[in-house]
Write a protein that binds this ligand. Structure first.
Ligand SMILES: *Cc1c(COP(=O)(O)O)cnc(C)c1O
Length: 441
């Protein structure tokens, strides 16, 4: 890499990281933000990955002229393959992850004015689908160590109006499914797993998305399995899968023929196209290998970052036997960096060639949610007194703090080499060594 011999080289090797971390770091070098040489200049692995497999799959659908699941084989093939891959009994492919969640809520009969338990540390879609049902999202605070919904706080949020829970496996790590399912059984509440970030993640050896009543996935472009847009629902229930199918097909059930035709319910059109399914089949040929690479690199990165004071990688619950690492998440404590604000830390990190972001803002405090709950449609099912109660209960102080401290790396950054992981740690150590100068700059 053309390092100058005169550069002071420090060795970061501590007993706890032995075997994992023993690499040279140039903390003497000036931070890139202050004009020094960046730790890294080459880009991280690009996303998505593709080759002739994808081209062939898409051209085949194109030339067949069968672009819709009603007259082509691809969507049904994908559903079978994804069910097999995850060990699920049934799979329904959908237009996207948001619709997978929305279909699940409809199939489970969530009604206007019902309460649905959600985490505040998630993508907005988890909450939007609840509001679309004219149901009330009840936020349960985050466990700041794991970034997941805090299972110790769920029961206190359950009322006689609660009709479902949507735990999210945020970042691809698992929510505490032992405790969540125990609470669900005790209160007879259905569970919709939002596994939109957790493809092939596991809880005690079972794939995430197969533990709840339904499990929902997204295949949007940033996700670990990608068809631009796309989604899926997994379930073990013969009845639920038919209700999901019917709802996503404008109320037209699978077993309906021209002789016995009748609409079975109201519904929507949220079907997947043949193009999406063909692309997914091609992308799935690489999935297992990518999952393994992210897992190995993610664990290695954790072993390196744990040694840096003020950097706290998200912990996984003991039952999480495989983290899908859609995101690599950590907490940044500026006290250990001479008070360097997170925004400046991120800027310095990017200057070193390490892209990073600050992640979600406190979703429960988004003004539009309260606006929605005070709208004319909600007032019809939710009197002002309930809105006041909702506001009083809507406190997630741990999540508020987490949102100020979080730092994310994206999944594609974990698809490369161990050296890539070492450079992430190296850049952070370099910033730490010069934190006081960066504060002043
Ligand atoms: C991406 C995502 C969704 C929504 O999926 P889309 O395919 O973008 O509609 C829902 N929940 C979570 C946690 C997500 O990350």
């Amino acid at each position: 890499m053309g390092e100058k011999l005169s550069r002071r080289t420090f060795l970061a090797a501590s007993p706890a990281a032995a075997g994992a971390a023993s690499f040279a770091i140039q903390v003497g070098e000036k931070p890139a933000l202050l004009g020094g040489k960046p730790v890294r200049t080459e880009p991280f692995p690009s996303w998505p990955k593709m080759d002739a497999t994808e081209e062939k799959a898409l051209l085949e659908v194109l030339r067949s002229g069968r672009w819709f699941r009603g007259n082509g084989p691809q969507v049904a093939r994908f559903e079978e393959a994804y069910a097999r891959l995850t060990g699920a009994k049934h799979c329904l492919a959908t237009a996207n992850g948001t619709s997978a969640l929305f279909i699940s809520l409809n199939a489970l009969g969530v009604a206007p004015g019902d309460e649905v338990i959600v985490p505040p540390y998630t993508f907005i879609a988890t909450v939007n689908v609840v509001l679309l049902m004219h149901a009330i999202p009840v936020f349960v605070d985050t466990d700041p160590e794991t970034f997941q919904i805090d299972p110790r706080k769920i029961e206190a949020a359950i009322t006689d109006r609660t009709t479902a829970m949507i735990p999210v496996h945020i970042g691809g790590s698992a929510a505490d499914m032992d405790r969540i399912m125990a609470i669900a059984r005790k209160h007879k509440l259905p569970v919709i797993e939002d596994a939109c970030q957790a493809h092939l993640g596991e809880w005690r050896g079972r794939k995430l998305g197969t533990l709840g009543d339904t499990g929902c996935f997204s295949f949007q472009a940033s996700k670990n399995l990608n068809s631009g847009e796309g989604g899926a629902i997994l379930t073990a229930s013969d009845e639920l899968i038919e209700r999901c199918y019917t709802f996503h097909n404008n109320g037209r059930g699978r077993r309906i023929t021209s002789e016995n035709f009748t609409y079975q319910s109201s519904g929507h059109n949220l079907r997947m196209t043949e193009f999406q399914a063909a692309l997914l089949m091609a992308q799935m040929t690489r999935l297992e290998e990518q999952v393994r690479a992210r897992d190995e690199n993610g664990q290695y990165l954790t072993s390196l970052l744990r040694e840096i004071p003020g950097i706290e990688p998200a912990r996984t619950y003991e039952g999480c036997t495989r983290n899908a690492y859609h995101l690599y998440m950590l907490r940044y404590r500026k006290e250990h960096f001479a008070g360097l604000p997170r925004a400046k830390f991120l800027k310095a990190l990017r200057a070193e060639g390490i892209p990073a972001s600050e992640g979600y803002r406190p979703l429960n405090k988004e003004p539009f949610i309260k606006q929605a709950l005070s709208s004319r449609a909600f007032r019809a099912v939710c009197p002002p007194e309930r809105l006041r109660q909702w506001e009083e209960r809507n406190q997630c102080p741990e999540n508020d703090r987490l949102c100020e401290e979080a730092v994310w790396f994206t999944q594609n950054m974990l698809l490369g080499t161990r050296r890539d992981m070492e450079q992430i740690a190296e850049a952070i150590r370099k910033i730490q060594a010069h934190a006081a100068d960066l504060v002043k700059a």
